[in-house]
Ligand binder design. Structure first.
Ligand SMILES: Cc1ncc(COP(=O)(O)O)c(C=O)c1O
Length: 439
């Protein structure tokens, strides 16, 4: 049972506390009173250091599209490791993965690799500024785009600082440079006309608009077709660039969110699934933009971009195999598993007469213990205030799952992998009913 003070995980955490602040290197993997330490994974299953096995329903926060240690990905990594780990020369591997991405994503003709989604987002923002010669970036209030100074403005702003509903005040994350907030304007998610007015008021200085078409931390709020169409129109008419943050939302379609929605951005930031389980990120986009900024052939490129491990052969090899395996049939099967989980969770709420909402799309499922979580950032804060018991229930649900063989994302997220079966989904559903009865 978790927690258990005599467990190996508890002992490891004691050691970690001495050399890592709060025993931690990644806040999203911490939970009280100590996190469970992982030993190994295979397919949909993981084992902790105490020998307890669980189904993985979070998959490294969505990066592991095929679960753990897929034999073909592992074979590619081993073969590559025996040849070359890293080198200050390009390798054929980066052309291979770039080809796959450019073929799949309608808005990506060319791509540059980085080592995290944060870096991919950061380079997309720099690219928009360098290309347009303007400074302002618009983003959705409350949307998470990684930890770059600009991208992280108003990810989770304090309500005392957030200003008027239709004129939101940009709030920098702690530690950001002094200009970060001044260079960002905020849009209320899916408020088409209000956002249009904000964009028009700043159009002369607008370099780009960045949007994640499925905002996880707004309870998997999906951008409406109207909203995306408005962003496309306003960026095109003002000469700004439309950037899709597809680090997470690549899971929305075989061709990413842009393939699924039919709205083609000028630039795309990517990460997670394209690395096959190894660290990765990328920025891609229209050929004329990418070439104008990054082509080094005429002396110095307009926008410098180094990175010791950019396009490293290990990640490129793993990513190419993972993306090839994630073909249309695999995408469809995985989405059907997501549908099964969503339908079953809705049924579990009905059976137990519990209050809650089931959200998300394709392989991403949100399960919240309050009705209708979602909307703008302010709506999600208001829901939290209206249903203070929801967070307590989410924590209890997470722990019930943890103690019954399922690792999920604590606030209510399930992110699936192709290694899961219908039986695994039904296992979760069976326990969801039992867990709801204990809340
Ligand atoms: C939408 C989005 N953008 C950017 C990032 C940052 O990616 P990374 O964690 O690889 O730096 C994330 C990470 O979860 C994300 O979900």
């Amino acid at each position: 049972m978790f927690p258990n003070e005599k467990s190996k995980s508890a002992a490891l955490y004691e050691q970690a506390l001495k050399v890592l602040p709060g025993g931690n290197s990644r806040h999203t993997v911490f939970f009280q009173p100590y996190p469970i330490y992982a030993a190994r994974g295979e397919g949909a299953r993981i084992w902790d250091v105490d020998g307890v096995s669980r189904l993985d329903f979070i998959n490294n926060y969505s990066a592991l599209i095929h679960g753990h240690n897929h034999p073909e990905i592992v074979a590619a990594i081993i073969a590559q490791a025996q040849k070359l780990l890293a080198i200050s020369l390009p390798t054929p591997n980066e052309i291979d993965l770039a080809n796959i991405i450019c073929e799949r994503l309608p808005g990506v003709d060319q791509v540059r690799f980085t080592n995290s989604g944060t870096e991919g987002v950061m380079m997309s923002i720099k690219a928009a500024r360098a290309y347009t010669g303007r400074r302002l970036i618009a983003k959705v209030e409350g949307a998470y785009h990684g930890s770059d100074d600009t991208a992280s403005v108003s990810t989770n702003p304090n309500t005392a600082l957030w200003g008027e509903e239709l004129a939101p005040v940009s709030v920098p994350e702690m530690g950001s440079g002094p200009g970060a907030a001044a260079d960002v304007i905020l849009l209320p998610m899916n408020q088409t006309e209000a956002s249009r007015a904000i964009l028009r008021a700043h159009s002369a200085q607008l370099a780009g608009v960045i949007i994640d078409p499925l905002v996880k931390n707004l309870g998997y709020e999906m951008a409406t077709p109207d909203y995306l169409a408005m962003l496309r129109e306003e960026t095109s008419s003002s000469g700004a660039l439309l950037i899709f943050d597809e680090v997470y939302s690549l899971r929305l379609g075989y061709g990413g969110a842009q393939g699924a929605t039919g709205i083609v951005p000028d630039l795309s930031a990517m990460g997670k699934i394209i690395g096959g389980g190894l660290p990765v990120g990328a920025v891609g986009g229209r050929e004329d933009i990418m070439t104008a900024l990054f082509d080094p052939r005429k002396g110095k490129a307009k926008l410098g971009h180094g990175g010791t491990y950019n396009a490293n052969p290990m990640t490129m090899a793993a990513g190419a195999v993972a993306m090839r395996l994630f073909d249309r049939a695999a995408f469809d099967r995985l989405s059907a598993l997501g549908d099964r989980l969503r339908a079953g969770l809705s049924e579990a709420l009905a059976i137990t007469r519990a209050e809650g909402s089931v959200r998300g799309a394709t392989s991403m499922v949100g399960f919240f213990h309050m009705p209708g979580r979602g909307g703008t950032y302010r709506d999600t804060i208001r829901s939290r205030l209206a249903y203070p018991e929801a967070a307590v229930k989410a924590e209890k649900f997470f722990r019930y799952m943890l103690n019954n063989g399922v690792l999920m994302g604590a606030p209510g997220f399930f992110v699936l992998s192709t290694a899961l079966t219908e039986g695994d989904i039904d296992y979760v559903l069976d326990h969801a009913v039992k867990a709801l009865r204990t809340l």
